[in-house]
Design a binder for this molecule. Structure first.
Ligand SMILES: [Zn+2]
Length: 349
């Protein structure tokens, strides 16, 4: 990860407001910036707010027709195992596109997906630092419903940081690991389909810039994949796309990345709320550039689940201090459970 726009708003000093107010604020800001994406949604939110509903219901999308999420069991990923994956991934050392450690990590990921339906999206990126091999790894878990939920996380680390002992425990490590744990959770008996949408997990490559973050020097893997999926019609089948990035920080504060689809951001919050974990979400809001962007720009409902406050003033981000001792299994638990619950809620729609 990742570029942060300057207008990022820290809300720590503000009193907590109901999600609806927060949401309206986002839409108003978007409207002021002459963005049309939110305008249509704003009017429906205002009318919903006028109805005497409980606060938590105000920002939820349409209620499920055929199930009651309020009574379904809460998900519980194996966070200790996910944390161990993070440790093993981090132990490979610097993992920039095409280096030996990166290749070892590719094999490590593929070893964990034995027996699953796996595809690779390989190409060569032509960058300001030369040509690099890029490999997105996609694991598909077929479902009974028509449509796909995509969950992504990058596994590369930064080429410019290759000589400083940078290991990216949180930035690259935690995202790789939580997707491996999601695969464990999503696996069903051979030949069977999961009850719900198909889920595609994507370990993305080349998320990081090779020199300085820009539109052309970043997101190599996902820019390629979005273009490919646009051409082959996959994008139209995607019901929701969620990116995991820097989600292992022991001091977990997931940002509301306003480069995202409001109803999906709200659904994630509602899932966290059901688990009692909402205090770790959306204390801050603002636009962040990350792997979801090439899809979000193509109108795929998208959300970036990221905590871009890694150490006070984000001091550990992209430094040799991004190490395992800053992370916590509890954070992987909170994010993992929230995303599994979000999948469950999406499946009901
Ligand atoms: Zn990064």
């Amino acid at each position: 990860m990742t570029r942060l726009a300057t207008e990022f708003e820290v809300r720590k000093a503000l009193p907590r407001v109901p999600p609806c107010s927060l949401w309206l604020k986002v839409c108003l800001a978007a409207a002021l910036a002459s963005t049309t994406a939110c305008t249509k949604e704003t009017s429906s939110t205002v009318s919903a707010s006028a109805a005497p509903k409980p606060e938590s219901a105000v920002t939820l999308p349409s209620p499920p027709q055929n199930a009651s999420p309020e009574t379904s069991p809460l998900p519980h990923i194996d966070a200790k195992r996910a944390f161990e994956y993070t440790r093993e991934v981090t132990a490979f050392g610097p993992r920039y596109m095409g280096n030996e450690n990166h290749k070892k990590l590719e094999r490590y990921i593929l070893d964990h997906l034995k027996g699953d339906q796996v595809e690779e999206d390989d190409f060569t990126a032509d960058t300001v630092e030369g040509k690099f091999p890029v490999r997105n790894i996609i694991a598909k878990f077929p479902g009974t419903k028509d449509g796909i939920i995509v969950i992504m996380g990058h596994y590369d680390t930064n080429y410019p940081l290759r000589n400083i002992g940078y290991v990216g425990a949180n930035d690259g490590g935690s995202s790789t690991a939580i997707l491996l744990e999601f695969a464990n959770q999503l696996r069903v008996a051979p030949g069977k389909k999961r009850d719900g949408y198909s889920i595609w997990l994507v370990w993305t490559d080349g998320e990081e810039a090779v020199k300085t973050w820009s539109d052309t020097d970043s997101l190599y893997g996902t820019r390629h994949l979005a273009e490919k999926w646009e051409k082959d019609g996959t994008l139209k089948q995607i019901k929701a796309l969620m990116v995991m990035d820097m989600i292992g920080d022991a001091d977990l504060n997931i940002d509301r990345n306003t480069n995202g689809t409001p109803w999906l951001l709200d659904l994630i919050y509602a899932a966290a709320e059901r688990l009692g974990d909402q205090s770790h979400f959306y204390d801050r809001q603002g636009p962040i550039e990350d792997d979801h962007l090439p899809f979000f720009k193509r109108d795929v409902p998208s959300a970036d689940v990221i905590d871009l406050d890694y150490g006070y003033n984000n001091v550990f981000h992209h430094t040799a201090q991004d190490t395992m001792d800053k992370l916590s299994p509890k954070s992987l638990q909170i994010v993992g459970d929230t995303i599994m619950e979000t999948i469950h809620m999406l499946d009901q729609r």
